[in-house]
Design a protein around this ligand. Structure first.
Ligand SMILES: [Ca+2]
Ligand SMILES: [Ca+2]
Length: 581
């Protein structure tokens, strides 16, 4: 979720200047056409398509090359789905397991887009979702051999960053200059935020902890490829090293963000040269930082030869940030009057305390941290940047066999399996066969859904209930086109995908295709950007309130924390789905 409501007015001015050239956004396919995952499926995936209620009962799956019938089936009865306020019928073509290229045919309805069934269905998408973070790197030139047509000069060296009045402290008075280079631009803007880096970096590190073999084999063609560290971790290091520089050495507190005073126009990074500031230390920043550094310490302990001392440094940094938060337990973010960039403000900090305590416990095996988590008071809910309880349980469950006797194994299993079972019930009862319900269509609805999928996958890993894995597959299907707008909401992936994300490099680079691999926010009936958009949203229903236009930061922005669960889910499905029986 992007909290930058305040950016609306500033952006409106910049967007209005470029709007005329962007009236060719991807047209929404007509209602009444087949909605399907346009990228494809693993042979063992559950496979669903959504059809209009008036479709006749029989469907066929046709081989796209030969036109021969690969599968025949019968649609399920029409049922209502509240997020579109319409009824739909489902086609279940899970028995289609033979690799190939296909489309779905139903008499009287236009054929579906082509889709693949392939043993490597999600490997390229997974790599692209990580590479999108490379494309958002600050402080480095993107060279043509790595970035192709999206090559660009380096932006934001961030070696001369001013300490804002809100961040002043002993040894670093207002106006002091510090160096804090690297990191990823957070989203469509050019600022860097610790809170949102927290869940992002954690989710990527968790993907590595859970599926190391998958990532050890992967090559992303980034500058560090071949250096003895898996490329996912190389990419993580670009942001992790930046995060380390955001800790005040004097007291262990962590600045909440590194930012301009206001948002930049729609320009390339090297054209955005406003002064940069570190702003206010907060409790949430310290705790998210502590959780990430504790996790990183575990992961990078296996790479001592490549990054000597990093594991120990991250662990010490985590403990210092934790100590700062203990001494400053309620410092919430207050936007200074002269700063207008994203806030990521969060006043509920019990979840951040629980998550940091859990990660420090797992890394140090010190029971005092487990007690500090107060686990019996922590629910396992779907994570988001400001709501991180679920991450604590996810880590405890993964590491459950190596925990001390203090850990309540039954509680860990109950929390994970309970939340996954709840989500799977919603999925099973959904006419669209997706765990997202009408109230979930908020800012960043696609990431809400993929974070639900992350929790469903934890349930499957813990308890082995296959329906939970299928519900996670359904979430990916949704992002890739089996949704009410019929568009794959990952740039560059799918036959009909997002063309005009709210993403400054994509707008300013003169390349027609958007920078690939980014998940956009998705349908959001809040439509907080209406005033700044020269064209209306095509529809207002919760699942259809989506506008493929660069003005639409409320439905079409990109964000690092939205790509992270896309990385996790595509890797997990690729590894866990298995071959058909
Ligand atoms: Ca919180
Ligand atoms: Ca472009």
């Amino acid at each position: 979720m992007r909290p930058d409501l305040r950016s609306a007015l500033l952006l409106a001015l910049a967007v209005a200047a470029t709007a005329c050239s962007h009236l060719d956004g991807t047209p929404t396919p007509a209602d009444g056409t087949i909605r399907i995952n346009q990228v494809g499926f693993l042979p063992g995936s559950a496979k669903w398509a959504v059809l209009p209620p008036q479709a006749p009962a029989d469907f066929t799956v046709l081989d796209a090359q030969t036109g021969t019938v690969a599968l025949r089936g019968t649609l399920q009865p029409a049922a209502a789905w509240p997020p579109t306020r319409t009824a739909v019928r489902l086609a279940d073509f899970s028995p289609l397991t033979r690799p190939g290229e296909y489309h779905l045919h139903v008499d009287g309805v236009p054929d579906s887009p082509h889709f693949r069934v392939a043993a490597d269905a999600y490997t390229a998408l997974n790599a692209a979702a990580i590479k999108a973070l490379y494309f958002n790197r600050a402080s480095i030139e993107l060279r043509p051999e790595h970035a192709g047509p999206w090559a660009r000069p380096a932006g934001h060296p961030d070696t001369q960053v001013l300490v804002h009045a809100s961040a002043a402290g002993p040894g670093r008075p207002e106006g002091s200059v510090i160096s804090s280079p690297g990191g990823w631009y957070d989203a469509g803007d050019y600022n860097k935020y610790i809170v949102n880096s927290g869940i992002t970096v954690y989710t990527l590190l968790a993907a590595y902890e859970h599926f190391p073999e998958f990532f050890r084999r992967q090559r992303l063609d980034i500058p560090e490829s071949g250096n003895g560290i898996p490329d996912l971790l190389n990419e993580v290091l670009w942001n992790l090293d930046w995060m380390l520089s955001m800790q005040d050495p004097a007291d262990g507190g962590v600045y909440s963000k590194l930012t301009n005073k206001g948002f930049d126009g729609m320009v390339l990074p090297h054209e955005a040269t406003e002064p940069r500031y570190v702003v206010q230390k907060t409790t949430a920043a310290a705790l998210d930082f502590a959780a990430v550094m504790a996790t990183a310490s575990r992961v990078f302990s296996a790479f001592e030869a490549q990054r000597p001392g990093l594991a120990a440094r991250a662990r010490a940094a985590a403990q210092r940030a934790w100590a700062w938060a203990q001494a400053n337990p309620a410092v919430v973010y207050r936007q200074p009057p002269d700063i207008r960039t994203g806030g990521y403000g969060d006043e509920q900090l019990a979840d951040e305390f629980a998550w940091a305590a859990a990660e420090l416990y797992i890394t140090t095996r010190d029971d005092a941290y487990y007690a500090a988590m107060q686990p019996e008071r922590v629910p396992a809910d779907v994570p988001g940047w400001g709501s991180v309880n679920g991450l604590a349980w996810m880590s405890l469950a993964h590491h459950r066999r190596g925990l001390t006797a203090a850990a309540d194994q039954r509680l860990i299993a109950q929390r994970i399996e309970g939340e996954a079972a709840r989500l799977a019930e919603v999925w099973a009862a959904s006419a669209w066969r997706v765990s997202l319900q009408a109230p979930d269509f908020q800012w960043g609805s696609n990431s809400n859904l993929l974070n639900q999928a992350v929790m469903l996958i934890q349930g499957y890993r813990q308890g082995g209930d296959r329906r939970q894995l299928d519900a996670a597959q359904a979430a990916l299907d949704y992002a890739l086109g089996r949704n009410a707008v019929g568009i794959s909401m990952v740039t560059g992936y799918g036959t009909r995908s997002t063309r005009h994300p709210h993403h400054r490099p994509s707008e300013a680079d003169g390349v027609a295709a958007p920078v690939p691999g980014f998940l956009v926010g998705g349908p959001n009936p809040g439509m907080q950007d209406l005033k700044g958009c020269p064209v209306p949203y095509p529809a207002k229903e919760p699942a259809k309130a989506y506008l493929d236009h660069a003005c639409s930061y409320a439905s079409n922005e990109v964000a690092i924390n939205w790509n992270a669960p896309l990385v996790y889910v595509t890797a997990a499905l690729q590894v866990l789905t298995g071959v058909p029986q």
